[in-house]
Design a protein around this ligand. Structure first.
Ligand SMILES: *Cc1c(COP(=O)(O)O)cnc(C)c1O
Length: 407
């Protein structure tokens, strides 16, 4: 029996297994693909499990900072050993109450999405007697990416439209409690290849340099975003980015003569690259049935355990790991929920399966448990097992209260 099957038999299914050594390896690989002077923010939304988050920070070599977007993510970051001063707080809908909590906890760097957002941050900071650093998130009019998930160049709840920034900037500079210290870009997620990733970064760096020259936007920190890719629920390896470092250095040398001295400091962000390939989801076959000639394999985990993103059409049909010599036939792979929407994949090539068999969905370490429809139909959350080598580091399950608490 494979290690994953043994763990699933021991701790029950559905279960996520996180190999923390692989998180460390991904972090090493990504830092090696970046300039020495660059900061790397781990986007906690990709996987907020405490051991996974800890593995992005602890251990030898360079350390990540944390990109967070809620009080819950701040708690996850702090619990895993990040300190508030390492966090970048982002998001288009920051409320006054959450700002009080996070500024009170010592978060002092924000990505700002609009004038209203900046004013609210400034008000809360002022009320608490501090001044916080703010990066203006830029929605560049000239977004370059034509592939992958595209985040800018169109109307958006994210960021300031670059074409109207000049008009707004004098007002933005005067907001008490909020000091403008840089720019934040996040135009691309999950780039299709290294060339498109490099192209997007080159474009972003040029746009940032324009802001510096034309608007004299204070630039102490330029966060040029991400786009680092990872296979999602299909077999395969994280991409290697062999040219990225030298291409980034060349683009930065052209536009920012002193960036190597930290003027400005340059940062990038990643979620899925750091944690995606570290996770495997193991589910158990509950039932197999044939309906009008089509085989349905019914698992104990579906979109309640994996694939809120599947409901959003973001998830490719997973390829399930099967023995190399196994004869396969297409089947519809579904979860246990009472909705026809609980489909993990159609026409998935699967071997003969019977009740009790285990199937493994690889590369499920990012956008798994917390991106799923956890409460839908009231089943428990999947188990999460963290391992390092052959040692089990933790076994946990996200608890949901089925009671309606009185507020
Ligand atoms: C979601 C998000 C990320 C992480 O995206 P990945 O594709 O998982 O790397 C990084 N930065 C911001 C601002 C995000 O919203």
């Amino acid at each position: 029996m494979s290690r994953n099957s043994q763990l699933a038999r021991r701790y029950g299914t559905p279960t996520y297994i996180y190999d923390l050594d692989q998180v460390r390896q991904a972090r090493r690989d990504l830092f090696a693909a970046l300039p020495e002077a660059a900061d790397l923010f781990y986007a906690i939304k990709a996987n907020p499990h405490p051991e996974v988050v800890r593995a992005t920070r602890d251990g030898e070599g360079r350390r990540c900072r944390a990109e967070i977007s809620s009080t819950g993510e701040l708690a996850a970051a702090l619990e895993a050993g990040y300190v508030a001063s390492e966090c970048l707080y982002t998001g288009p809908g920051k409320t006054t109450a959450e700002l009080h909590e996070v500024i009170g906890s010592g978060v002092a760097l924000f990505s700002v999405e609009s004038e209203g957002d900046l004013r609210r941050i400034g008000r809360v900071a002022t009320a608490r007697g501090v001044v916080v650093d703010c990066l203006l998130r830029i929605n560049s009019a000239a977004a370059r990416a034509s592939t992958s998930i595209r985040m800018t160049g169109a109307p958006s709840q994210f960021g300031f439209d670059s074409e109207t920034l000049a008009e707004a900037l004098p007002r933005l500079r005067e907001v008490p409690g909020a000091r403008l210290t840089g720019a934040h870009f996040f135009p691309l997620s999950n780039a299709t290849d290294e060339a498109s990733l490099v192209g997007e970064f080159q474009h972003t760096i040029a746009v940032a340099a324009d802001l510096d020259r034309q608007l004299a936007l204070p630039l102490k920190l330029v966060d040029i975003g991400g786009g680092f890719a990872a296979p999602y629920a299909v077999p395969g390896q994280r991409p290697r980015y062999d040219k990225l470092r030298s291409e980034l250095e060349a683009a930065l040398d052209i536009h920012f003569a002193q960036w190597r001295e930290g003027n400005p400091r340059v940062a990038v962000e990643s979620g899925r690259y750091l944690v995606g390939s570290a996770g495997t989801l193991v589910c158990q076959v509950v039932n197999v049935k044939v309906s009008r000639g089509r085989r349905f394999v019914i698992l104990d985990g579906g979109i309640n355990s994996f694939g809120g993103m599947s409901g959003l059409g973001r998830l490719l049909p997973p390829a399930v790991r099967v023995a190399e010599d196994a004869a396969v036939e297409p089947a519809t792979l579904v979860g246990p929920l009472c909705t026809p929407g609980d489909v993990i994949g159609r026409d998935v090539p699967l071997p003969e399966l019977t009740e009790g068999d285990l199937i493994e969905i690889p590369n499920a370490g990012a956008y798994g448990v917390t991106a799923s429809l956890l409460a839908f139909l009231g089943r428990p959350a999947p188990t999460e097992v963290s391992i390092r080598g052959n040692r089990v580091v933790s076994v946990s399950r996200l608890e949901q209260q089925r009671r309606y608490g009185v507020q």
